[in-house]
Design a protein around this ligand. Structure first.
Ligand code: 26Y
Length: 812
């Protein structure tokens, strides 16, 4: 380890020379980034090996976190932070004429996820390593991550995300750990002479899964865990077998492509499950490679298979990797000769499942025909799990056909992945109190009645290392200067900041930091989007995926309403605002794309009207990503968390904002409810229908959006501007679909119902913001109470309640 600046400078200069043949004086920023990355990786290697050895020797339980998404973002800054080399490297580089911040910008975001679920997985890895738990990620090394969003004429255009175009300095290819994954073919169960049933699988297609390992460094300890990303490769052998079978030796390339496309790209849709064959292939590819690798690690311990659950926990991040259940059954029975009961006991005791959504359109179901043809042996096992489960229900509730039909795993020609996940695991958790309650009382009620002991809540969290220590250095420094640095290890200690809640000079300092961050963001936006914004205005931010239920539309309609007020009433004065958006829409989500167009149209009108643009601006930042979030969040005053109550399982952006001193403007949904519980009415702005009210409306069908439209002039006037001649519609029919969604199709997400209370709450915010001291007090209270939302707390709960593990990493 380079323990001082001079050693570092020396090592860095040598690395430039040996790896890239460059001298410091002639090295570009990219050169410097690559040399630094490779140097830091080498530094981690020693502890990586040490950690792996320790895990193997101690034989302690390993957690494998299976996820189709790991939205890890950039790693350079965070690795340096966790290795506690940040200031040494920063200063060393400066002396050599480089800025660390600029080198960090050279790294492509690893955007291997859509949004919340993928980012949560990344925060969990950071907490696992930092707390010294033996927990590893299993994911896919997509060649193309989340698409690159461009905006042309206000419309979203998707380009491939070529994140690997520049080498990914952190990964290590591990062909020695490769495994084979099989698809298709025919399966026969053959009885052996000894009377055992043996599975014969023939004529399958085989693809090699090659792991690329990425080290995950813990903060301030010597633990280095692994994120193992699998890549699909065709082998000559498979191609020859296939070619000879088809009697065609000319299709080498085509066959190779068809196998390698498995890890080609991330499906950029987190809202509509669409039953694509390639997606199912991806899911099984991850699952089979991961389970084989976990079992192989266990085999190295030379222990009886029955003890597998004491040495391995297989966690599934939503149902996407639910095939872990039949895959582990397959391996235990077909490869290790276990009987059904024994294999089932091991499987259930090893697998646990997190649910992230109650939206029915996002629940995975796969057509039986597809599963059967692509994964014949896996389908047989699912079918058997279903048969036995339905049988056990029948024994408990004879004649209760309705109950059995609604709980069955295979029904109406589909495999229901949530049902499979619940039946095959020992723990099912929701991601915020309200969400878990909704699962228990409504969405999964009969399952909860059947297996109450399996259900539990684990409120989400975020890593305060990336989202505060690293992304907001001045605020971290202020905190440490005032309460010491224990909060870094123990984030709940942020509570100690409460002693400053009436300290004017402290609050002034806090204000100064927010102001500094706002100025930095304003500069960035000038360069990135070409828009000049006023750092003295309220920065009102909504950054997240674009979804109907997240209601970016409500935000946009409010801006239109404000514009109208300013235009019609010359004396109307508002506290200046800058509305900032960042959002990607799934490429096939027509409505979401229309909302992006609307936001751009509104921005265009507002920003170019001199009568209003000194009081408000609207900015849409294209290609929202982890690294953009890191710039925006520290500079935010208002965090928009305005989903239709009951729809947002948790939200995690809300936590990042709170920790950086933004005030939440939110519905009583997801984890907003818990933020409200922690800070109290005076330090959060809540509005709108409650989840019970929303669910009641869905049940009784009594909501009429047209009635709201007819009764509220503000609603009517604003909506009419979408379709009648107005500065926004310009006489075109562009926004007819939005209007129809709200009026003709009765506004599924209660945008109009919540409009009035949203407007009123926004007006209150405008007034409150003027009392600087009071505002900063609110901000401080949010920071002080945010410790609960560190993912360290979440991971400790998973560790003790679900995985039953203790820290076994290297804890310095
Ligand atoms: C099956 C496919 C269509 C699909 C792909 C990705 C379905 C869902 C997803 C991703 C869901 C997701 O990101 N859910 C979010 O998880 C966060 C972490 O728990 C929550 O905070 C957030 O409320 C939830 O929407």
């Amino acid at each position: 380890m380079f323990s001082n600046k001079e050693d570092f400078k020396q090592a860095f200069s040598e690395r430039l020379q040996t790896d890239l043949g460059k001298k410091v004086e002639s090295a570009s920023e990219v050169d410097a980034y690559r040399a630094l990355g490779s140097l830091v990786k080498d530094e981690m290697n020693r502890n990586w090996l040490k950690t792996a050895r320790q895990y193997e020797e101690s034989k302690e339980k390993q957690v494998y976190y299976f996820s189709m998404e790991f939205l890890i973002g950039r790693l350079l800054g965070n690795n340096l932070l966790n290795m506690q080399l940040l200031s040494l490297v920063k200063e060393g580089l400066e002396e050599l004429g480089f800025s660390l911040t600029e080198l960090e910008e050279e790294e492509n975001d690893a955007g291997l996820g859509n949004g919340g679920l993928g980012r949560l997985a990344a925060c969990f890895l950071d907490s696992l390593a930092s707390l010294g738990y033996a927990g590893h990620g299993y994911g896919i090394r997509y060649k193309y991550g989340m698409f690159d969003q461009r905006i042309i004429d206000g419309y979203q255009v998707e380009l491939p995300d070529r994140w690997l175009a520049r080498e990914f300095v952190w990964e290590v290819r591990r062909p020695d750990e490769a495994v084979e994954v099989r698809f298709g073919g025919e399966v026969d169960m053959v009885r052996t002479k000894a009377g055992r049933l043996e599975c014969h699988h023939d004529h399958y297609e085989q693809v090699r899964a090659i792991p690329y390992d990425v080290p995950v460094v813990g903060y301030g300890n010597d633990t280095v865990n692994t994120l193992r990303l699998w890549s699909a490769e065709a082998t000559d052998h498979d191609t020859l077998v296939k070619a000879s079978k088809d009697d065609d030796f000319n299709n080498f390339l085509e066959h190779k492509r068809s196998l390698e496309e498995i890890s080609e790209f991330l499906y950029p849709d987190d809202s509509h499950e669409d039953g694509k064959r390639l997606r199912l292939k991806q899911e099984y590819f991850l699952v089979s490679a991961g389970v084989q690798s976990a079992v192989r690690n266990f085999e190295r311990l030379n222990l009886p298979l029955a003890s597998f659950p004491e040495h391995a926990a297989l966690h599934i991040n939503d149902t996407h990797p639910a095939l872990v259940i039949p895959e582990l059954m397959r391996i235990l029975m077909d490869d290790h000769g276990l009987g059904w009961e024994e294999a089932w006991e091991i499987t259930q005791a090893s697998v646990s499942y997190t649910n992230h959504t109650t939206l029915s359109e996002a629940l995975e179901t796969w057509p039986v025909g597809l599963v059967r043809s692509l994964l014949p042996r896996i389908y047989m096992i699912i079918d058997e799990i279903n048969e036995r489960f339905c049988q056990s229900l029948w024994e408990k509730h004879p004649g209760d056909f309705d109950r059995i039909a609604s709980l069955a795993i295979v029904a109406d020609g589909f495999v229901k992945m949530a049902h499979l996940s619940i039946v095959g695991s020992h723990s099912i958790n929701g991601v915020a109190k309200l969400h878990t309650d909704i699962l228990k009382k409504r969405e999964m009620k009969i399952f909860y009645d059947t297996f109450p002991e399996r259900f539990n809540n684990k409120t989400n969290g975020i890593t305060h290392r990336r989202w505060l220590l690293h992304s907001n250095e001045p605020l971290s420094k202020l905190i440490t200067d005032s309460i010491g640095d224990q909060w870094i290890q123990e984030p709940e200690r942020l509570e100690d900041l409460m002693q400053f809640k009436s300290d004017r000079s402290f609050l002034k300092e806090l204000n100064g930091i927010k102001q500094q961050k706002k100025e930095e963001l304003a500069d960035f936006i000038k360069g990135y989007a070409g828009i000049q914004i006023d750092p003295a205005s309220i920065f009102d931010v909504q950054i997240k995926r674009l979804h109907g239920y997240k209601r970016q539309l409500l935000n946009a309609l409010h801006i239109m309403h404000l514009y109208n007020q300013l235009k019609t009433d010359r004396r109307y004065k508002m506290t200046p605002r800058t509305f900032i958006f960042g959002a990607k829409a799934a490429p096939s989500y027509h409505f979401a794309k229309k909302v992006i167009k609307l936001i751009h149209t509104v921005a265009d009108v507002v920003n170019n009207d001199p009568a209003v643009n000194n009081q408000m601006k609207v900015v849409f930042l294209p290609n929202y990503s982890v690294s953009l979030a890191e710039k925006i969040i520290p500079a935010t005053n208002i965090s928009e968390q305005i989903s239709t109550a009951s729809k947002e399982a948790s939200g995690t952006g809300n936590m990042k904002f709170m920790m950086n001193g933004a005030l939440t403007l939110g519905t009583m949904d997801g984890a907003n409810v818990e933020i409200h519980e922690l800070v109290g009415d005076d330090h959060i702005y809540t509005f709108g229908l409650s989840s019970d009210e929303v669910l009641e409306y869905y049940k009784n069908g009594h909501y009429s959006s047209r009635q709201v439209y007819e009764q509220d002039d503000r609603v009517r006037h604003t909506l009419d501007q979408l379709i009648h001649y107005s500065p926004f519609s310009k006489g075109e029919t562009e926004f007819q679909d939005i209007y129809d969604n709200l009026i003709t199709f009765n506004d599924e997400y209660f945008v109009l119902k919540d409009f009035a209370s949203y407007i009123d709450t926004q007006a209150r915010i405008g007034k409150d913001y003027k009392d600087v001291n009071l505002w900063n007090k609110k901000s401080l209270i949010n920071i002080a109470r945010s410790g609960k939302f560190s993912s360290d707390r979440t991971i400790q709960e998973y560790a003790s309640d679900i995985w039953k593990i203790q820290p076994t990493g290297i804890l310095k």
